[in-house]
Ligand binder design. Structure first.
Ligand code: FS2
Ligand code: SF4
Length: 543
């Protein structure tokens, strides 16, 4: 196997024996072959579209689901991968017959074997370094595009569940997969495709933002209890608001409380979700603490999206996955024909487990500062800036992870000037969101914008403030301190570059899939910088 798609990759270069995340070589290899097949499918699909043929929505869903499955910490089940591989061949065969012409590239011509052994042997042809003659910078740009497509597909999947789709994004995903097989493309042409990947990422986040805001009302400030209440409960993790809504509907009046976990915390800000009184709070910290925090939990857990870790014996009888998430041996809640799900198994188990024995004292933190609420406050915020009461804005956003050097983000947040505002998004905020940062000019110093996909919201906030001041986003007293772990963060970063944001500080380490030349391109054109120490970075920001 070879995988270097996430920040915790072995030795900072690549996982080769077993993933640090728990992914086996078997899964990693099948994921390579699945993406290889998606490229072959896209080869035919793009040409059929050019001929004016309509593609089935199920084809697009298959591509999105497959890309999402291969994202870090999503699916670790060989059965799911094998079934997706077999389906990929069926789809490719159908498209081939419809196209009725000959394509010569190996992704299009390859036929998946019937036997498991041969499939596993064939996975080598799909390895990242299989084509030894490919220019290393082109390979690197292609990897960034591929990983960006994984993040885009995860967001598209979430929006689709709420019946929202952006056809431009769908077309782009197909086009990009097709172009990833085109060895005639120059480095410059691949870079142009990379920048368009940022555009597609921005657009899919915009669509997801609309889906969430129109379905559940735009978030407004709301205090969330981060301690527990007595009684049976279900903890829901991941990003999918529709799953949370269905769970709340099905637990209503049953005496089962619901807690959000990880990236689900911003859902407490949405009117259509916080109206349920049994959505009682948020449990635990960021994803990397789950094995400890779920251990012997007297309740159930539902994983709707990333980030899933190996379920331990102490709770593997009380954790369920749904959507494309999976782990061999843990139970899965499927989507029914009508789009709904049946959570009754979890509800019964939660009642049987009995829940927390008593209330803990209430401890509340604030969420709900999406673009609508924050821009609604923009006149007051800008008055405070003009009066010298607010000196600077920081976006400290992105993923959390297990490595000790991630304490940079806590130390950075604590070292920011007392008259600055910190906007947070994604699970990196768990490094400091339970600390008291106080207020500035009547505003809380930490405003939570939302999930990783709400980078879109942060962009809207920055663009809205810049517009009112008649300047560009890069002229604002604003610094972006981005922490990355998986491929949604790649998509988010590309979206930020697409809208022209410069001077982003990225950490805790730089991606292994970026070559020195590609990094230089990003530094020269976008002033992208690696983080140093909080003291050095703050000194540079205020120099
Ligand atoms: Fe955090 Fe994990 Fe949001 Fe990432 S919960 S690192 O995949 O998606 O951010
Ligand atoms: Fe390694 Fe990350 Fe790939 Fe898992 S997803 S195998 S940890 S690089």
């Amino acid at each position: 196997m070879f995988c270097f798609q996430c920040e915790q990759t072995a030795k900072g270069t690549g996982c080769t024996i077993q993933g640090v995340c728990g992914k086996t070589a078997e899964i990693a290899n099948m994921q390579d072959l699945l993406i290889y097949q998606l490229k072959g499918i896209a080869n035919y699909a793009v040409r059929l579209k050019d001929l004016g043929q309509t593609l089935e929505p199920s084809l697009i869903e298959f591509i999105e689901d497959s890309l999402f499955m291969t994202l870090t910490n999503v699916n670790f089940d060989p059965k799911d991968h094998l079934s997706q591989l077999r389906k990929s061949q069926e789809i490719k065969e159908e498209l081939k017959i419809r196209f009725n012409g000959e394509l010569m590239n190996p992704e299009a011509t390859y036929t998946l074997s019937d036997t498991y052994e041969e499939i596993m042997e064939d996975t080598t042809r799909a390895r990242i370094f299989f084509d030894e003659d490919l220019d290393e910078d082109i390979r690197s740009v292609r990897e960034v595009i591929k990983l960006g497509l994984k993040g885009i597909s995860a967001y598209a999947h979430q929006a689709r569940f709420l019946e929202y789709e952006n056809e431009e994004v769908t077309d782009f995903v197909l086009e990009a997969l097709d172009k990833l097989t085109d060895n005639a493309l120059t480095l410059e042409e691949n870079i142009a495709l990379l920048l368009r990947t940022g555009e597609a990422s921005y657009k899919v986040m915009e669509t997801l933002d609309r889906a969430n805001n129109e379905t559940y009302e735009a978030p407004t400030p709301h205090k969330v209890n981060v301690n527990v209440k007595k009684g049976p409960f279900i903890v829901i993790s991941g990003h999918d608001l529709r799953d949370l809504e269905m769970l709340l509907q099905q637990t209503e009046g049953k005496g089962v409380n619901v807690y959000t976990h990880g990236e689900m915390i911003p859902s407490h800000g949405y009117g259509g979700l916080k109206k349920y009184p049994h959505l009682v709070g948020n449990y635990g910290g960021a994803w990397q603490n789950q094995q400890k925090e779920f251990s012997n939990l007297p309740g159930c857990i539902l994983m709707t999206t990333n980030c899933l870790m190996r379920p331990m014996k102490s709770y593997d009888d009380r954790i369920w996955s749904t959507n494309v998430v999976g782990w061999d041996g843990i139970r899965h809640v499927p989507k029914k024909e009508d789009g709904t799900k049946d959570f009754s198994e979890l509800i019964e188990k939660a009642l049987e487990l009995g829940g927390f024995p008593e209330d803990e004292p209430v401890k509340e933190i604030l969420v709900g500062f999406g673009h609508k609420t924050t821009l609604g406050l923009s006149d007051k915020i800008l008055d405070a800036v003009k009066d010298g009461k607010i000196s600077h804005f920081f976006v400290i956003g992105g993923c959390d992870g297990a490595k000790p050097d991630r304490d940079y983000y806590t130390r950075f947040a604590l070292a920011t000037p007392k008259d600055s505002i910190i906007l947070t998004l994604a699970c990196g905020k768990y490094r400091f969101n339970k600390l008291d940062f106080g207020e500035v000019a009547g505003f809380p110093r930490v405003l939570d914008v939302g999930q990783c996909n709400d980078s879109y919201s942060a962009i809207r906030i920055a663009a809205g403030l810049a517009e009112k001041l008649g300047v560009t986003v890069n002229d604002l007293p604003l610094s972006l301190i981005i922490t990355w772990y998986e491929q949604k963060a790649v998509a988010d970063l590309l979206a930020l570059l697409f809208v022209g944001v410069k001077g982003i500080r990225l950490g805790p380490t730089l991606p292994a899939f970026v070559t020195p030349n590609v990094l230089k391109f990003l530094q020269d054109n976008y002033d992208l910088k690696p983080i140093k120490t909080p003291e050095e970075d703050l000194a540079e920001i205020f120099a």
